[in-house]
Design a protein around this ligand. Structure first.
Ligand SMILES: [Fe+2]
Ligand SMILES: [Fe+2]
Length: 194
């Protein structure tokens, strides 16, 4: 239940009636859904070029990004923050080489890391301990995802155009995560992470 009329809240207000942290978190939904959709575009590109292992990794990444968004939806609902499900940003589909796609994925993960840092900063400035604790798992997750994409980019460069080597590496060293990640926030509805 939402108490729109409750004016006793001590949370700092903005023009949208939300704390800065809550406003940024609502905006972050769009970034996570965009990341999810962009990963589908990358997966489909690899799938279309008969690179099933790379396709698998990016289809899986897409599901994980969707989970991130749905964890945020769960948090917003549980904290009675008015939430609208957004459309995504622009999705890029034109690429010249596998390296372009992996480089885009790494850039995207670095951007999201910056966004999560801004969220942590806002929560901290507003003494939103619940919000700051919620973000702890995302900080850890971003470290892992940036590391994963930067390893993959290094392997792409090392493979030097040999797509068979690249697929072999991905098959051997990048298995799908099996879910049940420790401390992962709950999603709204079913997800693959928890
Ligand atoms: Fe994410
Ligand atoms: Fe990510």
């Amino acid at each position: 239940m939402r108490y729109y009329w409750d004016m006793t809240t001590s949370t700092p207000s903005s023009d949208r009636g939300l704390s800065k942290f809550h406003r940024l978190l609502v905006d972050q939904l769009r970034n996570e859904f965009t990341a999810s959709q962009q990963y589908i575009a990358l997966a489909a590109w690899f799938d279309d070029r008969d690179l099933p292992q790379l396709a698998r990794v990016f289809y899986q990444q897409s599901l994980e990004e969707r989970d991130h968004a749905m964890m945020m939806v769960r948090f917003l609902l549980d904290n009675d923050v008015p939430t609208a499900i957004p459309s995504t940003g622009e999705i890029r589909n034109d690429f010249d080489s596998p390296r372009d796609l992996v480089a885009l994925a790494l850039r995207q993960e670095r951007e999201v890391t910056e966004q999560i840092h801004l969220l942590v900063k806002a929560a901290r400035e507003e003494n939103d301990y619940t919000g700051e604790q919620f973000l702890g798992w995302f900080l850890q997750e971003q470290t892992e995802e940036v590391a994963k994409m930067s390893t993959l980019l290094a392997v792409v460069d090392r493979a030097n155009g040999n797509l068979f080597d690249l697929e072999t590496f991905v098959a051997r060293d990048m298995p799908d995560s099996s879910g049940g990640e420790a401390g992962a926030p709950e999603t709204a509805g079913p997800g693959i992470t928890v």
